[in-house]
Design a protein around this ligand. Sequence first.
Ligand code: ATP
Ligand code: MG
Length: 568
Amino acid sequence: MRMSNLYLPTLKETPAEAEVASHQLMLRAGMMRTLTAGVYTYLPLGWRVIRKVEDIVRKAMDESGAQELLMPIIHTADLWKESGRWEEFGPLMIKFQDRKGRDYCLGPTHEEVVTALVRNEIRSYKDLPLNLYQIQTKVRDEIRPRFGVMRGREFIMKDAYSFDVDYEGLDKSYRIMYDAYMKAFTGCGLDVRAVEADTGAMGGSESHEFMVLADAGEDRIAFCNSCSYAANVEKALAGEKKIRQDEEPLPVEEVHTPGQKTIEEVSEFLMVDPAKTIKALALLADGEPLLVLIAGDDQLNEVKLANYLAAKEVTAIEDEDFEKYFQSSPGFIGPVGLEGVRILADLRVKDMVNAVTGANKIDYHLKNVNPGRDFTADEYLDLRIVKNGDLCPKCSGKLEIKSGIEVGHIFKLGTKYSESMGATYLDENGKEQFIVMGCYGIGISRLVAAAIEQNNDDKGIIWPKAIAPYQVIILALGNDEETIRVSEELYSELTARGVETLLDDRKERPGVKFNDADLIGIPLRITVGARSLQNNQIEARVRRSGEEIQVKLDDAIEGIIEILERIE
Ligand code: ATP
Ligand code: MG
């Protein structure tokens, strides 16, 4: 492609709307433009990268035995009502009506449509297993669309759905997808980690997320520093830390703590370590009052709590409703002497000695509270968010927390959709059985942003070769006949050899050409100029390493291809 013809509006300045490197660089490198928050046009350069990623993902899927199809973006409400998700999905889903007043939505995901498809076609166990996938635009009205295509309201997803006769089959399909995902991400030149993910309200089945480690990531992941345990912090279990009990339990003491409500205030006021205070959270789980206790220096993991309670809704008790359940006010509640409220406590609370809690009396706290002696929790559970340095739940190692971008997610669905939507097959004995399903997503457009987060410097993008929009860029520096002739020849020969090549034939200063080449991140830059031509040479420069290599003009094509082959 000649850059004089390429629609490539690069920007010198960083657009104010963009906070993270990938968003800034995708705008600056002329890969995309914003239509409105979370909605983008991909320009030719950006679209080429998307297509590269799609091709790599498509190949991995095809090789795994999955079959590509294309489902509609417009979904009828009745399908979503059958699965119960028309309401459950909430405002994330964009709903609309047609001219006859019938309800529809724009597909945020396709479990409903694909289940409705196969329930009409699959009759017998002989039709299974089956894995169907598509690469398609998804629409989700995200509350906070941000970081460019990382969290768009319209984005490109590869979604696959597997159908098996039983859970053993599902395990196999899931493993095949796991491997295909790893292959696809590695094929894109990404460093991706699979981590255990929460399965949410869907039950005890398995789920993994594929994370690109990057500071801009919105997910937190816990890694063990000595074994292979890795999990989304939402899901990560806390290893049991035994607190040494070298302190003698003392008698409970009521202390006046006027106006001291938060853990910080109370621990400062009483001069105790927050780790020796018990945080009491007043919650309603489907309308039932609940007191949750965690150590003052811990945070409640709401996902763990919600999974444990299996409640539809867990909310904080509003200040004005407080008196219905407690005799005091928020900030002064505690487990001692509390009646009529179920108490759940984190495992760490169980071992605390001489802790501080609210006294259930306005402006008072209790010192020297000892669980077991002064109150009884209904249950002790793992309820906290794991922290840097916590014990690994699988070994004696320590957990380390890092940020990550979720580029893929695989999930064992089981029979959730086949049961609610009636997707069955006849087994070998002619008995009707529910199809066992899995679902598997890759955020194609998010992956492009993640690749940039992992591969950039202060000059711009550094594309992994596999997804670079072009592999080579030739800069013709100068208007002299020889420079133009050599540049043109290299360009047509490389192109003929199947090397995707850009020729910067624009009437621009060398500085502009150098900057743009770095900004758009082409792996190998070739400069052709009068000075090196005098020595029968051209200059090659590797974008990632900065390595500069003089290439003999006589054998330039072979020389360039050789360098290209060793670039990652
Ligand atoms: P997140 O937790 O980031 O909101 P999700 O878990 O809701 O994502 P899934 O339903 O698992 O997303 O979708 C499959 C994949 O689609 C995700 O792993 C992610 O890569 C991508 N994806 C999801 N939401 C978006 C979005 N708003 N913009 C871009 N990509 C997205
Ligand atoms: Mg997900």
